[in-house]
Design a protein around this ligand. Structure first.
Ligand SMILES: [Fe+2]
Ligand SMILES: [Fe+2]
Length: 368
């Protein structure tokens, strides 16, 4: 039964329930403006076009069925970069980026006088070959008084790109955490910066090969920031174990291994699951002999398989208390020999092609 205060829109909302998220949503059948008001609508659009054609953020004007009456150039470019241009309605263009709850809410809001015929929300626009954009979206009526019955005849949609703002906030927070963990960790110098760069380069090569469906532009960009977080869980490892000279006994080693689980716990609040996957699984081995969960093969999340190789390569190149630094040729031989054992053999194949870039990254980012 419908709650008493719910508007009589629910029946009209039935089609939303069957929206297929992979396909553009069908156009919403809202009330079209009455033909008698066509002249008024034309005037409204003319006014709006002159106001918004120079606005630098994406703006579109919509009629009562959310069909586009006008869009400015930034709006057009935004849709183009997400392969959403050429659709006659707003929902046709961006419906696939909305989950059902948001689509439903949008439906209701713009027809609901109690909500000012307006909708505000965030929409993440995403395509494999573009960095995703988080758009703070406002759809509001224009001059509701223009029509005799007070209902809006046209709406204005603003899409304000807040990706940078949001990323800066979240990444700033987690970068501070990383700085805190660096104070404890015995990894020296620019190790984590280099791991970011190797991981990003590997991911880029996977993307270019086109054979890794889960690797898109966002994946490459995210791993280039998150790979550095692989050992953030060491913030919870006791100093005497972390800095012990000489081999760890079994008890100490078990505590040391917990940095993966601690890292996963710390990063579980990061909005992208990649962060947690990297922290938790970067010591898993392809053949199932790694830790903490003895995952085998492709059960190990791809970002962790990439970071595992990047991390080990850099450790081989670094001077450690127990070993001299290896040169690129020797480090590469060891990595290649471990394909199918420690590392994903397909990623090792990619490494064989682009290994010289790893060498360049190491040389360009040597420790002071
Ligand atoms: Fe680690
Ligand atoms: Fe590391």
């Amino acid at each position: 039964m419908r709650p008493r205060d719910e508007p009589e829109l629910l029946e009209e909302l039935e089609p939303v329930e069957s929206l297929d998220q992979s396909e553009p949503a069908p156009p919403i059948e809202l009330e079209a403006p009455a033909p008698a008001n066509a002249g008024t609508l034309k005037r409204i659009v003319k006014d709006l076009v002159s106001s918004y054609s120079l606005v630098p953020i994406p703006v579109a004007i919509l009629d009562g069925s959310l069909s586009f009456l006008y869009m400015n150039q930034p709006f057009e470019r935004l849709l183009e970069s997400f392969h959403a241009s050429g659709k006659p309605t707003l929902i046709g263009a961006i419906g696939r980026f909305l989950d059902q709850a948001h689509a439903r809410d949008l439906y209701m809001a713009i027809k609901d006088p109690r909500r000012g015929y307006s909708w505000h929300g965030q929409i993440r626009l995403k395509a494999k070959d573009s960095s995703s954009v988080l758009a703070k979206t406002t759809i509001m009526p224009f001059r509701p008084d223009a029509a005799s019955d007070g209902r809006p005849m046209a709406w204005v949609a603003f899409l304000d790109d807040v990706t940078e703002e949001r990323n800066a906030l979240i990444r700033g927070l987690f970068s501070s955490l990383l700085e805190a963990s660096k104070l404890k960790d015995n990894d020296t110098g620019r190790h984590i910066e280099r791991v970011n760069l190797y991981a990003e380069r590997l991911a880029e090569a996977l993307y270019e090969s086109g054979q890794w469906p889960e690797v898109d532009v966002d994946f490459v960009e995210n791993i280039g920031f998150l790979a550095a977080m692989h050992d953030v869980g060491k913030i919870g490892t006791p100093d005497d174990i972390l800095n012990k000279k000489g081999p760890l006994d079994e008890f100490e080693w078990n505590i040391m291994k917990e940095h993966t689980i601690n890292g996963a716990f710390i990063l579980s609040s990061y909005p992208n699951p990649m962060a947690k996957q990297i922290a938790q699984s970067h010591h898993e081995w392809w053949n199932g002999t790694g830790y903490p969960y003895n995952l085998v093969g492709s059960m190990i999340p791809l970002p962790a398989r990439i970071v595992a190789l990047a991390d080990v390569y850099d450790a081989l190149r670094m001077r450690r208390s127990y070993k001299l630094p290896f040169d690129h040729a020797r480090a590469s031989l060891l990595i290649v020999a471990d394909g199918g054992k420690h590392f994903d053999p397909d990623i090792v194949e990619v490494f064989k092609r682009i290994g010289h870039d790893f060498d360049a990254i190491f040389n360009d980012n040597v420790d002071a």
